[in-house]
Design a protein around this ligand. Structure first.
Ligand code: F6R
Length: 368
């Protein structure tokens, strides 16, 4: 049931604190070590892994792109992310020392199933991050790390996305731990930071409990551009995907650094641009994105900005600021995506569309 919400999508957006908390639950043993008991791949095998390839589609692939930043940073293992349907056809280099990570809410996405079959035929170990126990992907993988988001009914994925990021982070920290690298000592600390995320997610959801302020004339919006840098880049693409799926609006997510390499040509008077601003504690990232806001604003863009509490540098360039609590950079996607989900929901509702059952889409894509 919708439990008092108008739509499943809104209910599922509001369930994200729990989805993330449940996914992180009971992962620390008495000695403060991260345990992933359900993994059927031995620690020895994880120690021998030389590369990680994440395969997934759609929103799950964006979760994978977020994870890549964390896995490479924590584990110092090369990590690629590839759309499952592309992976199979490019003759990928995989071996017994490759860990292929399949991410899927349903566990039934045919493109992802075919990718893991292909990977296993080449001798790779396959670990599945799935939300549906007993699904095809969970049965065919060598090991499973479940997300505990609960059933996701709305076609557009929301709580599965944040739960997938949480699960990927557990995997990244676990790999760092078993491989004993320099981050191994900091794992308990990272897990503490992660365990603070459900409360931060709740804070953002409470702030925007009503309709988020959009500051734009909804009737006039023809397209929306999303910009992000570092982990904000896949979040920008996810924000754009949500808008396409449920509001049928043309939307694109770009890496903020790409702006001057082409997309800035799109900016004209009144063009809405959503920008995800990194924390000022990472000045090398922050400074550049703030200057991107100024650049699009100078060309007439209506700027909708996601920024941390206390970051006043964005105010003079922003039509609207959606505030998120101070959060470590790698964890920011877990809060940054929330205003974007709510933005899409609000847009779709305003335009009168059925957000739970968008046209042309199926909840799980079981054909190739
Ligand atoms: C986006 C969405 C799709 C799915 C994709 C993968 O809102 O729902 O892009 O993320 O079809 O589905 P799963 O995760 O079930 O493999």
């Amino acid at each position: 049931t919708k439990e008092g919400f108008d739509t499943f999508m809104e209910k599922e957006i509001r369930e994200q604190p729990r989805a993330v908390a449940e996914t992180l639950k009971e992962r620390l043993d008495a000695k403060g070590a991260l345990t992933l008991d359900e993994l059927r791949i031995g620690a020895e095998t994880f120690r021998g892994i030389e590369s990680v390839i994440i395969v997934a589609c759609g929103t799950a692939a964006y979760a994978g792109q977020v994870a890549r930043y964390a896995i490479e940073h924590w584990c110092r293992i090369p990590c690629e992310v590839e759309l499952a349907h592309e992976f199979r056809y490019r003759d990928p280099v995989v071996s017994v020392r490759t860990l292929v990570v399949a991410i899927s809410q349903s566990g039934e996405t045919m493109d992802t199933i075919m990718a893991i079959r292909h990977a296993r035929e080449q001798g790779a170990r396959v670990l599945a991050i799935v939300n549906t126990p007993g699904s095809t992907i969970s049965r065919e993988a060598d090991a499973v790390l479940l997300t505990h988001a609960g059933p996701e009914i709305a076609v557009a994925s929301t709580k599965a996305f944040t739960a997938q990021i949480a699960a990927c982070y557990l995997l990244g920290l676990y790999l760092a731990q078993v491989r004993g690298n320099k981050y191994a000592d900091e794992i308990a600390d990272y897990l503490d930071r992660l365990s603070e995320m459900p409360a931060k997610i709740q804070t953002v959801l409470d702030r925007y409990a009503g309709s988020p302020d959009l500051g734009v004339d909804l009737e006039r919006i023809k397209s929306v551009i999303f910009l992000g840098r570092h982990v904000g880049y896949p979040v920008a693409m996810e924000g754009a995907l949500k808008l396409k799926e449920i509001a049928y609006l043309h939307a694109e997510g770009f890496a903020a650094g790409e702006l001057k390499h082409g997309p800035i040509a799109l900016i004209e008077e009144g063009q809405p641009v959503v920008i995800i601003v990194p924390t000022p504690r990472r000045p090398e990232l922050h400074r550049k994105v703030v200057s991107n806001i100024a650049e699009v604003r100078a060309r007439g863009a209506v700027t909708l900005v996601v920024a941390e509490d206390g970051d006043e540098s964005v105010n003079e360039f922003a039509e609207v600021v959606w505030r998120v609590p101070k959060t470590p950079t790698l964890m920011r996607p877990l809060v940054d995506v929330l205003p974007l989900q709510l933005f899409a929901l609000r847009m779709a509702g305003h335009l009168g569309f059925d957000v739970d059952q968008p046209r042309n889409l199926a909840k799980s894509v079981t054909v190739e």
